[in-house]
Design a protein around this ligand. Structure first.
Ligand code: DGL
Length: 247
């Protein structure tokens, strides 16, 4: 199977990492819109327009499935992307919610969603969790983590002071939804910040579970070929890929 993975930039490589670890596909075509990242600070119409333009890139390849690794795109543009494409398009929000539901039975347990400004404003995670019966939901925009992670700051005092800033009024939650592609790279520090008690929901792991359950795609022994494309600075994307996929 040949699939496409779309992200606003390099962040979606955190999802690719999970796909590679589970050897799910023959070939992954990755496209990061590095010329226009971040999407998480943009408005709905811009996010939809950029996402539809990304589909034009994937039209050059005969893909069987497209995964939008970007939470912001998943929050705003899935419907439009599905309508405009001939292959299945899967986002990361539904898989994340299902992963949480499988692991967290207590519907009143405090859940913290951290994501970009746009993802939080869309209300997608919050609404879907409420529909599943969860009652204690806090959604926090933590966009500053995005440039920090891109800068290679995955631990240390700068990251910790940004955590102090965002989490100053937050009690330790039962679960944290990492509602942004970049956050798995700081998941260990995040978990430690909250005494290693919260359950962390990671889009990459969630989508692997989802693909197996919903699409019958199982772990194989493929030596997946990964092809990286970007709308700007492909070398920068390759460099990040080298670092992140090896971590
Ligand atoms: N990929 C985005 C997301 O998961 C984060 C970076 C951005 O704002 O574009 O929401």
């Amino acid at each position: 199977m040949k699939i496409g993975v779309f992200d606003s930039g390099a962040g979606g490589l955190s999802v690719v990492k999970s796909l590679l670890e589970h050897h799910l596909f023959d070939e992954i075509i990755y496209y990061g819109d590095t010329a226009r990242v971040p999407y998480g600070t943009k408005d709905k119409n811009t996010i939809i327009r950029y996402s539809l333009e990304a589909l034009e890139f994937f039209n050059n390849f005969d893909i069987d499935l497209l995964i939008t690794a970007c939470n912001t795109v998943s929050a705003y543009a899935l419907k439009e992307m599905r309508e405009a494409s001939s292959y299945a398009v899967t986002g990361v929000i539904e898989p994340g919610i299902l992963a949480l539901e499988n692991k967290l039975e207590d519907k009143d347990a405090p859940i913290l969603i951290i994501a970009t400004r746009a993802t939080v404003a869309s209300g997608r995670y919050q609404n879907e969790l409420r529909e599943k019966g969860y009652t204690n939901i806090t959604a926090l925009q933590t966009g500053l983590f995005v440039p920090l992670v891109e800068e290679g700051i995955h631990d240390g005092p700068i990251l910790e002071s940004v955590m102090d800033y965002y989490f100053r009024d937050i009690d330790t939650p039962a679960a944290i939804i990492l509602g942004c592609t970049h956050f798995p790279l700081i998941s260990k520090v995040l978990a430690k910040y909250f005494d290693n008690t919260p359950l962390l929901i990671h889009s990459g792991e969630a989508i692997v579970e989802f693909l197996e359950r919903e699409h019958g795609i199982k772990e194989q022994s493929y030596d997946t070929q990964l092809k990286l494309f970007a709308s700007d600075n492909v070398d920068g994307l390759r460099k990040i890929a080298k670092e992140w996929l090896a971590e």
